[in-house]
Structure formats: C-alpha cells, structure tokens
Write a protein that binds this ligand. Sequence first.
Ligand SMILES: [Zn+2]
Length: 287
Amino acid sequence: MRVHHLNCGSFRPIGGPALGCHCLLIETDQGLVLVDSGFGSQDMARPRPRLSRLALRFGRIRFEPLDTALEQVRELGFKPAEVRHIVLTHLDFDHAGGVSDFPAATVHVLAEEAAAARHRRGFVARRRYRPVQWRAVAKWQEYRPEGEDWFGFPAVRALKGLPADIQMVKLPGHSAGHCGVAVRDGGRWLLHAGDAYFDRAEMHPQHPRCPAALGALQWLVQTDGAARRLTQQRLRDLAARERDAVTIFCSHDVGELETCQRLAEQVQRAAARPAAAPAEGTRGGAA
Ligand SMILES: [Zn+2]
C-alpha cells in the first residue's frame, strides 16, 4: 500500500486560522481508496445550494477546482474510476463533498452517522449534512463497531472489500457517528482522526489548548461534549503510549498535513533508493 496525503479544500473560519481538508489516497490491491473527500468539483463550481448560507458566510472557503480530490487523483496519473472505495470519518459537508466526483465508488460510513445525516434533525444537522452532495452514491456500506478493538478503541476491522490494513475506529462526540480511519503504512499505523480535534495544540500531553475560534466552532457543532472531550483525552493517551507505533492527525490542521506529506516523501525517496549495502542486520519486514 502507498499512502498519499492530499489537501482537498482550504478555508478560514472567521476569527480562526487557515484550515485544510486532510484526505488520504491509498493505493491498494483492491484499487484506490479515498479516506474523506473534502470539497468536490460541484461545491467549487456551484456552492449554492450544496453548501449552507451559514457555511458560505462564515467559512471563507477557497473555491479552487484544483483543490479537489478529483483533480489531484488525475494529477497523480490515475483515472477517477480507479477510486473504488471512499471511507468517511463523517458526513459533514467539508468531508463528503468530493463523494459526487466518484459516483461508482462504495462509500463506507458508520450506520449512526448515515442515519443522522438522512434525518437531519435540528438547526446544526440541516446545515452540516447536505444530501445533495451524496445523492448520487450508488453503494453505501454501513457499520456498527461492536466487540473488535484497535488499541483499545471500538473498531470495525473488516471493511467490505478492503484490506485489514484499513479500519474504522469509533471516535465519538463531534457528530452522531463520527469515526477515525486507521491505515497501516509500512511498520506504523496512521490514524486519521477526522474532526475529533481541530488543532494539534489540543493533543499536547500536559497543556492541551485550542485557538478560541476553533474551540467555539467545535462546541457549536458537537453532538456530545462529554464524549468529545473523552475522545480527545483517549487520543492524547494513545499518542503518548504508542509513540513508535501510531501517528495521529486530524482533518483540518495544516501543520500536521505538511508534516505527514514530508514524511511520506522521505519514505518514498528511501524506498526508491537502490540498496547500496547488504540488507543484513537491518530491521526488515517492510514489504
Ligand atoms: Zn470538518
């Protein structure tokens, strides 16, 4: 498997820092897999009515078609039809907008999230979930995490049609059925934590904090504040405990995205380098 870290959208909520939409494009034996989809080409071309007036007014979204997963998939030399699966952390408009650019892909999501997005109960739900973005999805695959676990988190280990190296990890609080997506990348696990937190400073082991505007935004859109705070604490504990085994990042922190892109580049360069010395004595196992 090869993992690409893409930025599929840029915005800057009023009063807050510049944010990205960190998505993964994974090359697998079962075709390309997208983790989250950011904003799609139709969001860029005709934002209304795909996005709510509130999001347009306060989100300060950059409407740049080149930001979409669709264009970046092409730029990497793939055909959009090669994207066979999309695994979503949740169905908020800034994560699910790109789904419509890959109408043949199977969309994997937690069942609780799918139900909340279809019912759209309440002021926030009607603005965060935009059915027009995912109306064309041909195949949904829904899951209820039960029993299995990933480093102590409830998880779905067997995603239909996908390798066990890609799993959904329940990270409750932000939306009704919010999850992270764990991806085994060589000898490590990556955990795309979605919107479990918005800023890397929230993961500081002793002094977690958050820029005020982002804190307010998270509070405004959370479905369960206590669950969200517990999720964050558990992620901090995981990061400290499994430093060598797990790399955690969220959707919107641009600094984390750049770090991931740099590390992925280094891994690729190292892999492309011809072996100069015998491999004896080196730690093997990475296929
Ligand atoms: Zn988001």
